[in-house]
Design a protein around this ligand. Structure first.
Ligand SMILES: *Cc1c(COP(=O)(O)O)cnc(C)c1O
Length: 378
């Protein structure tokens, strides 16, 4: 893919210069509003998403803020799931609230019952399925039907599944958003986000909002993202296959209280996942036995291949530790204990299992010490 850099675009004559705003959505008038390189990536993403138009922006977070601000204005209401990407929940409280945009946070298990929360002011319903950290799968068609009946638009953060495993626009969703920083970038070194739609008016609203916010993307980054898209199906399949092996191993371990992955038969939304998704990504969580909480940091320190990091979708495996219980209700299905999220990379499965195994050995040692101490006390 040729990389064409530009801030300035030059025009052949005064007439075309004066009519340059006509080129805002489809042609080229200024580097910030699109280059041949960014347009090519956008056209590619629109096709992959099954949409008519797509827009690329500097990050996944930029895509969430852009979508919300393009649709909602002062006095409006937006619904977000409790599992929504953490920084976006903070954005709602600290950027949207002062602008008079009111946020209602809902239990991701509500599905069609969400209609009770949609009032005349509600312009937008956000869905993130599966949700961050705990991976509940939401019933997108039911939510979309409820929102549309009340005149609200639906946007899906589809970062986990990506266009390869779930196509929100095909399920009637209005806006499909992805953090391309994850699976598409795929190497832990790229930041980008996308929004795809099937409606030209909505596209223009998004494009205008991106222009007002001054969002632009580097053509080098677009070319890297394009390269990532080419290997993404193979990488995602490989990571998922390794993840399945790691899940089998974890399921047998006494240290593990619960696996949080849509393919678990008792996981919230499991049947919806089977109905709507074409597979799973190599990103999931598990709950450690609560008594292991004080020993986590030493076990994590012993990891060699799994590094501590908050992102995911790259070639290197990562662990992220969070407390998903903060600010949430409806988590009675979640067992107590620390939650570790794994992002499975492209390392050999045997090496990853050996790494987990030697780090978990620390848990076994602490248990032997505890049992030994108890025996000594007797
Ligand atoms: C990472 C992530 C984002 C934000 O993407 P950035 O490009 O890092 O800003 C949004 N949603 C989800 C689900 C994510 O995992």
């Amino acid at each position: 893919m040729p990389v064409e850099r530009a801030s300035t675009v030059v025009f052949d004559d005064l007439d075309s210069f004066e009519r340059r705003v006509d080129r805002l959505y489809d042609g080229f008038s200024y580097g910030l509003y699109g280059t041949p390189t960014s347009r090519q990536l956008e056209d590619h993403i629109a096709a992959l998403e099954g949409g008519s138009r797509a827009l690329v922006v500097p990050s996944g977070m930029a895509a969430i803020t852009l979508t919300t601000m393009a649709v909602c204005h002062g006095g409006d209401r937006v619904l977000i799931p409790e599992t929504f990407y953490g920084p976006a929940r903070e954005m709602a409280a600290r950027l949207l609230a002062p602008l008079g945009i009111d946020t209602v946070t809902y239990d991701p298990k509500l599905d069609g019952r969400l209609s009770a929360l949609i009032d005349g002011r509600t312009q937008l319903v956000w869905v993130e399925s599966p949700g961050s950290a705990t991976f509940e799968v939401q019933d997108v068609p039911a939510i979309t039907a409820a929102a549309h009946e009340a005149g609200a638009l639906v946007a899906v953060d589809n970062t986990w599944a990506s266009h390869l495993l779930f196509k929100p626009l095909k399920h009637g969703v209005d806006i499909s958003m992805q953090a391309l920083s994850k699976h598409a970038g795929g190497h832990g070194d790229l930041l980008m986000g996308s929004v795809a739609v099937n409606d030209d008016t909505l596209f223009r609203r998004l494009k205008d909002t991106a222009r007002f916010l001054g969002y632009g993307v580097s053509p080098e980054d677009c070319a890297l993202c394009e390269r990532g898209l080419m290997t993404m199906p193979v990488r995602m399949r490989q990571a998922d296959s390794t993840a399945q092996n790691i899940i089998s191993w974890l399921s047998e371990r006494p240290e593990v209280a619960q696996i949080l992955h849509p393919s678990e038969p008792d996981h919230p939304g499991h049947s919806t996942w089977k109905r709507d998704f074409a597979g799973s990504a190599g990103v999931f969580s598990f709950v450690l036995q609560p008594e292991l909480a004080p020993h986590q940091s030493e076990a994590l320190r012993r990891m060699r291949l799994f590094r501590l990091g908050a992102s995911w979708g790259g070639v290197h495996s990562l662990i992220s530790v969070s407390d998903p219980r903060k600010g949430r209700s409806g988590l009675d299905w979640l067992k107590p204990g620390p939650v570790w999220r794994l992002s499975i990379g492209l390392e050999a499965v045997g090496d990853l299992l050996a790494d987990l195994s030697q780090a978990f050995e620390h848990f076994a040692e602490t248990r032997r010490t505890t049992v030994g101490d108890a025996k000594a006390a007797e």
